[in-house]
Design a protein around this ligand. Structure first.
Ligand code: MN
Length: 200
């Protein structure tokens, strides 16, 4: 029997203690709507947990497919960054920022470092491969239209985890450290350090 969507997400969290969303908004309608435009959301959250990392999430079939990226995304096509697949998150997690209390899963501070829409570029033999299938196959190519991240990105599964890389296109910025250049939340304007002090 297939696990209920978000079962793993909910099991890890006590919603009487954390202000993270339970994820009870229906995702199905939204993903159906988006099939007409092919546009779905992505989000990158900067998360100061035990180890600082960036969480990269893509809307796929009503949930956010998620990876923890210790070094964060890069606009430099030469940078290949490890992305560790983690549990699916609910769609409304895309606007979550604030503090996850001590003792809770992922305890620490979160900001929404970037968000926007994406579309699927993954092709096999000249045909577009649906994102869910592409993820099963272990390779996706997507075009991001974020406030900070733009252009083509690829995620490829390897023996050690997934590798995230900026594709070579007109949006690539080989000499830019976008994490340092644009550190603040695109929702609140706060840096992670400011969010740590003030909470949500
Ligand atoms: Mn995280």
């Amino acid at each position: 029997m297939k696990d209920e969507p978000l079962q793993s997400y909910r099991k890890k969290r006590d919603f009487s203690l954390t202000s993270e969303p339970r994820g009870e908004l229906p995702g199905g309608d939204r993903s159906a709507d988006d099939k007409s435009t092919g546009e779905r959301i992505f989000v990158v959250q900067k998360h100061a947990a035990r180890n600082l990392h960036y969480d990269f999430r893509l809307e796929v079939d009503g949930v956010l497919k998620s990876w923890a990226v210790p070094k964060g995304p890069s606009m430099d096509p030469k940078q290949k960054h490890l992305a560790i697949a983690v549990e699916d998150h609910p769609l409304d997690y895309a606007s979550f920022e604030g503090r996850i209390p001590a003792g809770q899963y992922g305890a620490g501070t979160v900001i929404v470092w970037d968000t926007g829409t994406y579309h699927n570029l993954t092709e096999l033999d000249g045909q577009i491969v649906p994102v869910s299938r592409a993820l099963e196959n272990g390779h996706i190519s997507i075009w991001l239209e974020g406030r900070k991240l733009k252009g083509g990105f690829a995620l490829t599964r390897t023996g050690r985890g997934w590798i995230m890389v900026k594709m070579r296109d007109e949006e690539a910025k080989p000499s830019m450290n976008i994490l340092k250049a644009e550190p603040a939340s695109v929702l609140s304007g706060k840096t992670l350090e400011e969010m740590e002090k003030t909470g949500d």
